[in-house]
Design a protein around this ligand. Structure first.
Ligand SMILES: [Zn+2]
Length: 303
């Protein structure tokens, strides 16, 4: 056994042990939310060609990490914030089937729709979206003109995971400049702030104790023209606990904490792109208190 592998295995043993101890103690329950965004058809790791990202990513290694965390933790949730399509020949050749199949094998539970999901038009989505073993959510798109897809995409969903009643809703950036008109025929864009407010209200009314937004709006000022960005939502919408972002390909190394309209804080994170990093946010449910959160993202394929 080489040294690196030995250290890796020893570390894993310790983590398994501490996971088991957390289960028998009377500590506050913890939910581990795993997230990717903008994986862009990166099924394989980046080639070992001396470039900056060489060796990073790849769905096989991502699955190993996911399986390991699921074995260690009592409560987990795996989500994607959109743009799983476009970027390598896998998409050009197979139109998204490979990406969806890989996500099914990894056990994704919920995903939102990114702008690149529309790259093969509504016809392309009709072929790929029904293959998903996970739920599609998007609260600010009206699918009523795309009859085959309307029943597949919901504005929000609820996942009951132990004591966590997690309400999730999805958001997409505007189509203008991002999706060609003929590629979203029958799907119309709704105001993201109003849609978010409506979803949060419906999720709260159903007793959710964790509200998560899968946002494909973008985080930073690279998209200055956007009418709305992740970092502007906390001031506009009450009740969002966590925004799992996408679209701007931002690696947020710390959870961004912003004061929330109506009190409390909203946390924001994002995992860059290409499946190089698997987001890991631990949510702690403390009786009668605000949720506590910390993040410890994992690089995929680094060592
Ligand atoms: Zn995008």
């Amino acid at each position: 056994m080489n040294r690196r592998r030995f250290i890796g295995t020893a570390g894993l043993g310790l983590t398994v042990l501490s996971g088991a101890m957390a289960r028998v103690g009377n500590a506050a329950p913890k939910l581990t939310i795993l997230q990717t965004n903008d994986t862009h058809s990166r099924i394989d790791p980046f080639p070992m060609d001396g470039s900056r990202n060489q060796g990073l990513g790849g769905v096989a290694r991502r699955k190993v990490l996911i399986d390991r965390i699921r074995a260690q933790r009592e409560y987990t949730l795996l989500v994607d914030s959109g743009d799983m399509f476009q970027g390598t020949p896998y998409y050009n050749l197979y139109g998204g089937e490979v990406e969806i199949e890989a996500m099914n094998k990894m056990g994704y539970e919920v995903a939102t729709v990114g702008n690149h999901e529309f790259d093969n038009g509504i016809e392309g989505l009709e072929k790929t979206m029904p293959l998903a073993g996970f739920e599609w959510i998007s609260s600010n798109l009206d699918w009523s003109g795309a009859k085959a897809l309307a029943p597949i995409v919901k504005p929000w969903t609820i996942k009951q995971i132990g004591p966590f009643k997690v309400g999730l809703f999805g958001l997409l950036c505007k189509f203008d400049g991002m999706v060609a008109g003929h590629n979203h025929e029958g799907v119309s864009y709704l105001d993201p702030v109003e849609s978010a407010r409506r979803s949060v209200a419906e999720l709260k009314a159903r007793g959710c104790n964790v509200i998560v937004c899968l946002s494909h709006m973008g985080y930073n000022t690279r998209y200055e023209g956007e009418e709305m960005r992740d970092d502007r939502f906390p001031a506009e919408v009450e009740g969002i606990d966590l925004i799992l972002g996408a679209h701007s390909h931002t690696f947020l190394d710390e959870l961004v904490e912003l004061p929330r309209r109506g009190g409390g804080v909203t946390r924001i994170t994002q995992q860059g792109w290409a499946g190089m990093r698997l987001g890991q946010v631990e949510v702690e449910l403390r009786r009668g208190e605000e949720l506590a959160m910390r993040q410890s993202p994992l690089w995929v394929g680094a060592g």
